[in-house]
Design a protein around this ligand. Structure first.
Ligand SMILES: [Zn+2]
Length: 345
């Protein structure tokens, strides 16, 4: 599964028993930026020097010195690959294929709205391309990621039009968290919501718990990407539980981006949030830029945060419970998780 990241000793070397257990779980991935999962094989074709020698951020002990550095890396690598809907299709085949290999059955992925400044294809074409890249039997929902300051030029045109895009699942606020929320943002979130879409927002990664609260109140989202700094405010944690707001958490990403209070995995607040009853899901975020896989996120929880197998089962279950998927196949995944749990006893 890790053959694209050759020669790297990852921190989460699971023994075969743990590996088989995690593999057996039907899983979801509800926080995955498609450009952040940039396929190595496509990069190698456009510029072999980008992946050989391996980029520094794949190393276990690598820490980004700022979000700005991360964004620069992001542009310099992903920008070379995602240049047309056709490339999104090719990338989706590889990325979703790797999810499928890990027994991921449901994926929510986002693409960046800024692409409309330089690609020829329109939003519906990009969304179709991503969905067509999904392997048989996998359910995929596509979101558009929108930065706080994105409302200009051709990106603005796409944002203004996206409530009409039938196959768009919803919008997701992302990018540098400390930029102000401009007046158009709540309007766009309201308009897409009125069109039947499900929206999300990145919050509580670089800004504190107050920003998570603002996103729930101002954008009316019931799913937060990351949200880990919610832990700073017990009243907010209680509210997340009470209002069933889900957090799509990405622990390895948080460690490598040195999110406040998370110098290492053992300090990650997912343990505290889970114990408090918050609905947390487990995700890989930008696997190319963190050198992680979803399975490794499960190993990390087991090895560094003392999650039991029963608790990992609950995490997997949370992913299906927060999903936008409503079908007998989803029920079958949940039944399979129940069956695995009863075999544990
Ligand atoms: Zn993210």
């Amino acid at each position: 599964m890790r053959n694209d990241y050759t020669d790297f000793i990852m921190p989460y070397q699971a023994d075969s028993e743990l590996r088989d257990f995690v593999q057996s779980l039907p899983k979801t991935e509800t926080h995955l930026h498609i450009e952040g999962a940039c396929p190595v094989e496509m990069l190698r074709r456009v510029d072999p020097s980008k992946v050989s020698p391996p980029p520094p951020f794949w190393a276990d002990d690598y820490r980004y010195d700022s979000f700005d550095t991360f964004m620069k890396m992001f542009r310099s690598y992903a920008g070379e690959v995602f240049t047309s809907a056709e490339k999104y299709y090719e990338a989706a085949q590889i990325i979703l294929g790797k999810c499928h290999e890990q027994n991921v059955r449901y994926v929510e992925t986002s693409f960046h709205s800024g692409i409309f400044e330089y690609i020829e294809d329109d939003g519906p074409t990009v969304i179709r391309a991503i969905k067509e890249g999904a392997p048989k039997g996998m359910e995929v929902r596509v979101f558009m990621g929108i930065g706080h300051d994105a409302y200009v030029g051709l990106t603005k045109e796409a944002i203004d039009d996206c409530h009409n895009w039938e196959e768009l699942a919803g919008v997701d606020l992302h990018g540098p968290e400390d930029l102000p929320i401009e007046d158009w943002t709540p309007e766009i979130w309201a308009r897409t919501r009125a069109a039947g879409k499900f929206n999300k927002a990145h919050a509580g990664e670089f800004m504190g718990s107050d920003f998570v609260e603002r996103m729930i109140d101002e954008l009316k989202v019931s799913r937060i990407e990351h949200g880990v700094r919610s832990v700073e405010d017990p009243a907010l944690v209680a509210r997340l539980v009470r209002e069933k707001v889900g957090l799509d958490v990405c622990p390895i990403s948080n460690v490598k981006l040195a999110v406040k209070g998370i110098p290492e995995m053992s300090a990650h607040p997912i343990r505290e949030l889970f114990d408090a009853g918050v609905i947390v899901t487990l995700n890989s975020d930008d696997p190319f830029f963190f050198g992680n896989t979803l399975s490794e996120e499960y190993y990390a929880l087991y090895q560094d945060l003392n999650f039991t197998k029963t608790e990992l089962l609950q995490i997997a279950r949370n992913g299906f419970n927060v999903s936008l998927w409503d079908s007998p196949e989803k029920d079958a995944c949940l039944a399979q998780l129940d069956a695995i749990e009863s075999n544990l006893k």
